[in-house]
Design a protein around this ligand. Structure first.
Ligand SMILES: [Zn+2]
Length: 129
């Protein structure tokens, strides 16, 4: 499932977050993640678990007696096979997302950086100059 909510955009550092819901009866985690409890505007509290060594998001869940977890797709080795089947919070989806397939791409970073135009200063940087 893809979530376009603004919390997921901020917490993932990406245009959207892709999660894999899993029943806690089938979820086993070895190690001790770092946990942050996010309080949404609605007052809902969600556990956000990260790898304490590298910061990779691992899962989120209810704070008390969770029956399911949202595994973060990025930490799943089979992620290429886990095509989303639903999207939520589409009203806050970034407006350019549907145009992404038409943006020129490259298989590696070197080639794309050479193809990019010179960056323009941000509006705030221009005012300060
Ligand atoms: Zn979300």
């Amino acid at each position: 499932m893809v979530c376009h909510c603004s919390d997921c955009q901020v917490l993932s550092g990406s245009p959207f977050r892709h999660v894999v819901p899993a029943d806690t009866q089938h979820f086993v985690l070895t190690g001790n993640p770092t946990v942050y409890v996010k309080v949404a505007d609605s007052g809902n509290r969600r556990v956000q678990a990260f790898c304490p060594a590298c910061g990779t998001p691992i899962y989120s869940s209810a704070t008390e007696s969770p029956t399911w977890v949202s595994i973060r797709l990025g930490c799943v080795s089979q992620r290429a096979a886990l095509k989303p089947s639903a999207q939520i919070w589409c009203h806050s989806a970034l407006p350019w997302l549907s145009e992404l397939s038409s943006v020129p791409g490259s298989p590696e970073q070197q080639a794309i950086s050479a193809a990019l135009p010179a960056p323009e200063p941000l509006a705030s940087a221009r005012k300060a100059a």
